[in-house]
Design a protein around this ligand. Structure first.
Ligand SMILES: [Zn+2]
Ligand SMILES: [Zn+2]
Length: 113
């Protein structure tokens, strides 16, 4: 069953890259949670991206959403050393965070016909 083993190994590697245990551990760490909270407080829980749009006149004040996420400008996949670098953080709302990562939510099911 050599082929089976090879397949499993490849599968596991792919899985590990998507959910790196080191990254999961980091996101659950007190250090990160405290830093994230500090960042959110600094911007008074206003999404920095929405706020930029507001300053550019693209959004009204009421459209500026609450920041719930803290984004790494240089992703921790690219540079793990920057994970606790305060200047590398960006406080964003959930929608803007998805936009940054290109994760568009598909709420509607694709019509089957
Ligand atoms: Zn936003
Ligand atoms: Zn992010």
């Amino acid at each position: 069953m050599v082929n089976k083993k090879l397949y499993d190994k490849k599968y596991n590697e792919k899985y590990d890259r998507a959910r790196n245990p080191e990254h999961v551990k980091f996101y659950n760490s007190t250090e990160w949670k405290m830093l994230k909270e500090k960042k959110l407080q600094e911007v008074q829980y206003k999404c920095q991206l929405c706020n930029a749009d507001y300053k550019n006149g693209k959004k009204s004040m009421s459209e500026v959403k609450f920041a719930t996420d803290v984004h790494h400008i240089v992703g921790i996949d690219d540079d793990f050393n920057k994970r606790l670098d305060y200047r590398n953080l960006y406080a964003v709302c959930h929608d803007c965070h998805n936009r940054i990562h290109g994760r568009f939510q598909k709420k509607k099911k694709r019509p089957s016909s």
